[in-house]
Design a protein around this ligand. Sequence first.
Ligand code: ASP
Ligand code: MG
Length: 422
Amino acid sequence: MALIVQKYGGSSVSDAESIKRVAKRIAESRRAGNDVVVVVSAMGDTTDELIDLARQITPLPPQREMDILLTAGERISMSLLAMAITKLGVRAKSFTGQQAGLITDAVHGKARIVDVVPHRIRETIERGQVAIVAGFQGVTESNDVTTLGRGGSDTTAVALAAGLDADVCEIYTDVDGIFTADPRIVPTARKVDRITYEEMLEMAASGAKVLALRCVEYGRRYGVPIHVRSSFSGKEGTLVTRNPEEAADTMEAPIISGVAHDRSEAKITVVGVPDVPGTAARIFEVVAASGVNIDMIVQNISAAKTGRTDISFTLPEGDGPAGMAALSGIQAEIGFDSLQFDDQIGKLSLVGAGMKSHPGVSAKLFGALRDAGINIEMISTSEIRISVVTRADSLDDAVRAVHTAFELDTEAEAVVYAGTGR
Ligand code: ASP
Ligand code: MG
């Protein structure tokens, strides 16, 4: 008998009918003899709607209140799901993050899990009941309710799976697994059977929405096998595994595991920075102090005549105003000419553990973009990833061109059962 943690995303529980459908799946797993713990997201677009509602009240809602508001979304779905399962004759009980023992730090809106003490969940499964847990939320040591950041229910699920020492964490979503590209953009994307935590981390960090980044980090740290699959079909999905050798044994290790894209970033350019020691340090000090996380950085060589250079970096679009304000504050001190803000950028990332040992991957990537007539504005790399920034409106074409160039297309069209992929 296995202990399974199952997570159902918002598009799998968007209305009463879907909740009943998911309840059936859960009841079947339980009747097959498994211990089942379920983590559930808010129904459909509830979280977005609640954020909208708060903004209609005030543009800058207090973050503590925001967290209490948003956790309501998952409370609705968890209780309805418990009712639906009970109606099928399987005993089930729902719990908030707090009741489930998810202890977090006090950073409202993006709290980190610091401990998992799932006594009540253990008791519940020991009594033969299904435990339903509200995703995306926890409680601080001083009893304030927190949320884990958008997409955080994935992290709840993996953290609980680690805390309960579950056999597997199944993430149910609206596509059949992890694909070589977002099937909404590349219908001929191929489902991958296995992927390593490292590759999945790069994909998630590069904008792939199918798993939250922190959930993958957590899974890697605690060695939780994560099975990403569809709640709309019975197909095997994608297994995210610890051991690259293990993954390599069971398949012809592919060079490239996928093409991710991200539309959520913006670019700031500091124009005419005096090319003297210390200016970059100063620029990124103030940006960091404003709480902004930066991603790519490019510095041009300085013009010989003027001794000045341009520094560009990317950051989450929403952090743009904070980053610009911080930099404006040091314009006189550093003596740069001006600032430019550009939110019309897109980022494409090619990810694959095999690129470490195969030459020519970047040449092929750049060649594919050239043939598609797409201009590259920035480039950055890690051991197993190459990212490029393009114009936002050519991003979809770029993804398709690169996907094809690396021969990742398959005949069968990928099925998108529901949702928008966010
Ligand atoms: N409901 C939250 C969100 O929409 C958490 C989640 O779905 O994982 O981001
Ligand atoms: Mg999600």
